[in-house]
Design a protein around this ligand. Sequence first.
Ligand code: SF4
Length: 391
Amino acid sequence: MPKVEQPNLFGATVLSPSLPTDYEPVRPAYFQMSRVFLTKGSVATPERRRFVERICRRYPEAPVEEHLDTPHNRIELGERDPLSLHRRGKQTLVFGELKAAVRFSQERGNACPNYWHFSPYGFCPYGCRYCYLAGTPGVRFSPSVKIYVNLPEMLAEIDRIARRQETPTAFYLGKLQDSLALDPLTAYSTVLVPFFAEHPWARLTLLTKSAHVDRLLDLEHRGHTTLSWSVNPPEVSAMFEENVPSVDERLEAMRLVAERGYPVRAIMMPIIPIDGWEEAYTAFTDRLLQTVAIQRLTLGCICIYRSARDLMERKLGMRNVVSEHIDTTSLKAGDGRTRYSRDLRHKVYSLIIESARRLRPDLEIALCLEEQALWESTGLVASIGRCNCRL
Ligand code: SF4
């Protein structure tokens, strides 16, 4: 829990969070970890060393290698083939320190407004076959699962940024990682949620596919932490999401935190036009809205860079339903990501919006990483900026 100190010289309350200490790490589901690397900065203070050692003790069978002069993203995993490297990375835990972990996004070429995000973790242990992160520069060389131990320093930075804004400002955790998949190991939620609850301006949004919400249930959140789940119909999840909590598990986790008063959101992305997608997405939208009183639903289709697409095609084969619908003529358009055709995107969004509005006319609906033209054709222009990553 963060310590709350006295007002400083300028009258602002100073929040001084520390790494979690008073807890027992638990092995998270869906993480088959087989080795650990300690990299630069990971054990640089007694507090960090205690934190790291406590987690390592949970995996007595996993060898621990110290590379204390090597940055977290330069660890060689010893595989040349990109797919083998990727698989090896998913079973490797790297502790490190991430400088400049709090960033403002740099989206251009689509209608997304930019937003603050931060990274106490890197990548994730799950195995979505469409994973957009797998091809990003930060992950390609060393696609391991990372825990960054400089969480207190990140929160000090968030405090400084938020106080400069002097208006409620969202900080997003889930752009470059899953935000809760490793919470059983780190208990980071027990620092994050109270920190944001106390903060006058900073607000937290967590994006996850995890069902690990136990540590969150009894925390005082004051509505300053929003939890968002990435979901898809079970048929789509079964085809494209490997080693990931089931849709049922996610819906149950959503229900539990909603019961505790957390604002809950859902993001359906990437929508995948499998055979019978109309029925699958209509039925699932109904089920989602009947299970949890979500505050906002954000929709997005595939939008993928070449390197992530290569890896996806290694997993799914060249002829797969995602690649078959990608419109390669849009390659040079906008932000350089490839997508389905505008017609198909309009069709899938319109169908889901219509299903959602039938049950929840008041529901906030937004698009993710979309072009202005799609916001216009779906009648959502007034909601630009009120999407998953923003307040
Ligand atoms: S949960 Fe997100 S980061 Fe993890 S494998 Fe799936 S798409 Fe990639």
